[in-house]
Design a protein around this ligand. Sequence first.
Ligand code: AMP
Length: 191
Amino acid sequence: MRLIIMGPPGAGKGTQAKFIAEHFEIPAISTGDIFRANVSQGTPLGVEAASYMDKGEYVPDSITNLMVRNRIDEPDAAQGFLLDGYPRTLAQVEELDGMIKYTGHALDAVVVLTVDKDEIVQRLLQRAELEGRADDTEDVIRRRQEVYLEETAPLIEVYKGRGLVHEIDGMGDVGDVTKRIFDELDIVTES
Ligand code: AMP
C-alpha cells in the first residue's frame, strides 16, 4: 500500500497515521516528525527547517523533497508507506509522482480527514500545552491554517481528479475515526 493522509493541521493525521501504518505493516513517514527530530538534534537540516517551522511557513520544496526521497529509498519502505504531511505543495505532488513511478508502483489512496475549524484550534492549543511545540502558539497556529488553505487544500482536487481521494469525517472519538478509515481502505484493498 502506498498511501497519503491529508487534512488541516490539528485534524489528527499523526494519530491516525500510526494506526493505519500498523494495520498495513508499512512505515508512517511524517515529514514534520523528521524535521522535529533534526531540530532537536541540532543538525544543519534542523537549523534551516526551524527558521520556517517557527513561523508556521513551509520548509522549501528543495529541502523537503530530498529528505522524502532519501526516506522512501530506505528498505522498510520498499513494500509501501504512508505519508503524513507530504506532499503539501503542487511541486511536491509532481516530485512524489516521479519517486513512485521510479519504483514501478502507484499511489493507492489519499485519505483526507475533514474536521470542524473551531475544534481544530482547540485541539492545537491543547497539544501545545502537552507537547510544548514551538509552532503551536496562537499566531503560528493561525498562520499554519492559512498556509494549508492556500497551498495544500488545492492538492485534494488534484487527487480527486485521479479518483484517489477518500474523505473521512475526522470528528469525534479517535477509535471511531480509525474505524471509518479502515472500513474505507478495506474497499481499496479488496478492489
Ligand atoms: P506537521 O507536523 O506535519 O504539522 O509539520 C510541522 C511543520 O513542518 C510544518 O508547519 C512545516 O513548517 C514543516 N513541514 C512538514 N512537512 C512539510 C512539507 N511537506 N513541506 C514543507 N514543510 C513541511
